[in-house]
Design a protein around this ligand. Structure first.
Ligand SMILES: C[S@@+](CC[C@H](N)C(=O)[O-])C[C@H]1O[C@@H](n2cnc3c(N)ncnc32)[C@H](O)[C@@H]1O
Ligand code: SF4
Length: 378
């Protein structure tokens, strides 16, 4: 049976963070109940489409899945077990915000089979947290973290963002060191992206906030990479670090261009060389499901040229890079034959390193990856 990953989108948060452009809205009891009813309908509609697949990973993301009642999470997972083959399920992740996890909630997650908790900490500096619109403090995180460990969860990820407004290198390092002390299994260390339409971008354009310049931002990245590696973390993807055996199996599905289905508003899917995405607003999403139609807003057929380019672009995010043999096995053509010139050009510039088995980014290449990506696109 073929393996597939499932993503579930929970588009509710307590309050919108100033930097975030993920699809999420302030939570309200009625809205959540209605949304989950439709989400279950969507899960059921895919029963036949996924009958030849076995679910390998589930990622419940958002938004803030931990801000809704655990009964809803239970219903969603029950529906997945009821409608699909889940006998090979290896990883179920839930995204959580500090301050939203009670002992009872975490106990329930454990009983539902959730085996990976991903907490959005962003920073342990309370002033910085306030300045980016987070509703929690570092203490909320430490309290939740203690409960998570006391209940025996042994696969925890912490999301951090660097390059925040007015953030100093010291603040950035202190947060990293404090998280490292906890010995978490996985750390995502993201560079702040100033997204269109966010309050942070507006404030930046109005000159109300200062962001680290590019040199400082890159310094924070490389300093972080060094610190994490020195402390036993495997730098396996541009922004991701794990203890041995704790790479995120679900995110590897995306980076290896393997099949996945996304349920919920705005969720994306990749199946049989077709990429498709759901309606972004509730009304359109509900209307389709009411009539037992898939709530798909658009699709793209991925032809072979595009698939090869995407395979390389996603695969290069992994630090171990592209295995030439795997490329050959997937496309029946050698990567050197088609992209040899592009890779040699960027090898000369010091962005790519190659040997007879592998193609990967150099440290400089990780900073200037876009220069390579544009040359790979058909
Ligand atoms: C989809 S969010 C959901 C996580 C959860 N709601 C939270 O905020 O804790 C996943 C992660 O993306 C990262 N993120 C969101 N917006 C970002 C941005 N503009 N720049 C960099 N990272 C961002 C944050 O680290 C966040 O924890
Ligand atoms: S970062 Fe997380 S909590 Fe903040 S708005 Fe985005 S999804 Fe919601």
């Amino acid at each position: 049976m073929k393996k597939i990953g499932i993503y579930i989108h929970i588009p509710f948060c307590i309050k919108k963070c100033y930097y975030c452009d993920f699809i999420s809205y302030p939570k309200s009891r009625d809205k959540i109940a209605e949304y989950i009813d439709y989400l279950l309908l969507e899960i059921e509609l895919y029963r036949d489409i996924l009958k030849d697949y076995t679910i390998n990973t589930i990622f419940i993301g958002g938004g803030t899945p931990s801000c809704i009642d655990e009964e809803y999470i239970s219903k969603i997972l029950d529906y997945i077990h009821k409608n699909y083959n889940t006998s090979n399920l290896e990883e179920i992740t839930i995204e959580a915000n500090p301050g939203t996890l009670s002992k009872q909630k975490l106990k329930s997650y454990k009983s539902f089979g959730i085996n990976r908790i991903s907490i959005g900490v962003q920073s342990l500096d309370d002033k910085l947290l306030k300045d980016i619109g987070r509703v929690h403090t570092s203490i909320d995180f430490y309290r939740n973290y203690e409960t998570i460990r006391n209940l025996g969860f042994d696969n925890v990820n912490v999301d951090l963002i660097f390059g925040l407004p007015n953030q100093t290198i010291d603040q950035c390092e202190t947060t990293l060191k404090d998280i490292i002390k906890l010995d978490v299994e996985h750390i995502s260390y993201y560079s702040l992206i100033l997204e269109d339409g966010t309050l942070l971008k507006k404030r930046y354009e109005e000159g109300k906030i200062d962001l680290p310049d590019e040199d400082k931002e890159r310094y924070m990245y490389h300093k972080g990479v060094k610190l994490l590696k020195e402390n036993g973390y495997d730098h396996y993807e541009i922004s991701n670090f794990s203890k041995r055996g704790y790479r995120c199996k679900h995110n590897l599905v995306y980076w290896q261009l393997s099949p996945y289905i996304g349920f919920g508003i705005a969720a994306h899917s990749n199946l049989d060389n077709r990429r498709f995405w759901n309606h972004v607003n509730f009304e359109n999403y509900y209307r389709c499901l009411k009539y037992h139609q898939l709530p798909i807003a658009g699709e793209e057929i991925i032809n072979r040229d595009m698939e090869m380019a995407e395979y390389l672009i996603m695969g290069l995010r992994l630090i171990e890079g592209i295995d030439k043999m795997k490329f050959y096995q997937r496309f029946n053509v050698s990567v050197d034959e088609i992209y040899g010139d592009v890779f040699r050009k960027h090898e000369e510039k010091g962005l790519i390193s190659m040997d007879e088995n592998c193609i990967r980014f150099t440290s400089l290449g990780l900073d200037l990856s876009n220069l390579v990506y544009v040359d790979l696109l058909p």
